[in-house]
Design a protein around this ligand. Sequence first.
Ligand code: PLP
Length: 620
Amino acid sequence: MQQNYGINIWSDNNFIIENNTVNINHKNRPSLLEITQDARGQGYKGPLLLRFPHLIKKQIDTLYREFNRAREEFDYNGKFQAVFPLKVNQFPNFVNSLIEVSKEYNYGLEAGSKAELIIAITHTPLNAPITVNGFKDKEMISLCFIASNMGHNITITIEGIGELETIIEVNREFNRDNKIHITPKIGLRIRLHSSGIGIWEKSGGYSSKFGLTSTELLDAYDLLKKHALLDKLWMIHFHIGSQMGEIAPLKKALREVGNIYGDLKNRGATELNAINIGGGLAVEYAQHSNYKELNYSLKEFANDVVFLMKEISKNKNIKEPDIFTESGRFIAAHHLVLIAPILELFSQEYHEKSLRLKENNPPLITELYDLWRSLNKMNAREYLHDSLDHMESLLTLFDLGYIDLEDRSNTEILVNLIIKKSILLLNKNDNNELQRLQDRIQERYLVNFSAFQSLPDFWGLHQHFPVMPIDKLDSTPTNPATIWDITCDSDGEIPFNREKPLYLHDINVDEEEYFLAFFLTGAYQEVLGMKHNLFTHPTEIVVNFDKNGEYILENFVESKNIMDVLDEMDYDKSFIDKKLKSQIKESTTMSQTQKQKLLGKLYLYLSENSYLKTIQTHKN
Ligand SMILES: *Cc1c(COP(=O)(O)O)cnc(C)c1O
């Protein structure tokens, strides 16, 4: 049985297993292994982030295609438009790729802070929509006015009455200073009565940080009218929360917001013409079919949105609004793969070569050895039981002083080998006993990455990310695996979980390289990543394809070197520099040439990134 790590569940055909490697299912289908080796050959060691712009494009294409299909199917007259919420990924190599691959759609950006707003203003074409959410002060609102006067298509989403008052104030100032100016468009964020579900539910719902209650909506309407700004009100917005696993809360929210939209429009908000359904469209991170994270498809999602808006518009006798989405996770998650090298396997040396068999072994040890050699599919269960029984006897013999430490070590190794072989031969999934035994023989893999930096949602929210080795996929992995990162923090561990087991191959890191890939890490992880232990954003590489279908590696951004990491923490670089030099210079044990040599070495290390290059194993 070939272990496929649930690739058919989470990869959406973006990655496939071909021969014995994970390959990119695009153009010439290169393997992740050859790309990794290529980059390492160019000197980029440590963990690597591979960015795939074609996967950003695929998600955008899919989103527009499904919504436009639904519009046709339901004969819907409003348009479909999308913006990308920058908080999901603001890294320039991502944003530039996003803008590049989405040209045909007039795809826009959503900003939630001043810095994000500046990214949006400088990276979107003039016509593309910019929406501005989140808490805003007078400066931020003024920035929106500046953008609209540059010619940007910008909408300020009002999260509270106070913001509307500031807009009125800024508008008055602009009116006074410039006779002709363009006021930005205005959106109103609805505080939903219905709420989302799952670990991110807090962003929707009545106790949410954001949005206007019904009473506030009416107040806002009156204020807009009073200050002759009603013609700027053109969008209603809501956001139900991220990674929405079920479709039901969205439908509930749509009915609620759709009716609010209709009432405001009929009340006199004649320019109101768009409904923004926020984000929340989920991504399937599961590797095990029993643990799927979402219960709907994009098709169903799009159908529900379009159908419900059509129905509400008919009931309220209004024009069908344009539909906006702000899906972030759905667009960004797929495009980024973290490749992390295995540095070490940590379990005791339960290998055949560690056996210390004697001329004359205690009979039970000889028996164990024979059980191991002759184990096959037919006898595995029986022999496994025999071996566990023998082990108990042998341990008792040891306690009583009848056998020695070498015999005891041989016992442990042989029983371990028998359990591993049984797991290989029997179907571990329908065997409780084997499942329990797995904890005992699990192997700890030390992996060159920081979970805090690269999978912060695993650390903070226990979000699962698909992980698998990128080669050796023609052989069955037998080690139940726990993953250890290189931080000095015991939370930097992905423990073996019997419910969602991960098996990895038994390898000898002194002789061969072995890499793990973590998938679907393109949404939120990069910017939420923490510098715990001062491990920084890994080296990133953009993987594009030329017209012959060959991959090209571009835009390398190497992980920060040690001195730059310290500089970023506001350490005084020149102090550190002087101190290191003087400490070497003043050493009394070294000769002049020795000092020079060490100084050279030291500066070489300081110019490299802080991830581990290699690890000294016990054999060297
Ligand atoms: C975070 C956020 C989004 C993006 O949500 P996803 O679940 O990543 O699609 C969209 N809109 C608003 C207002 C947000 O705060």
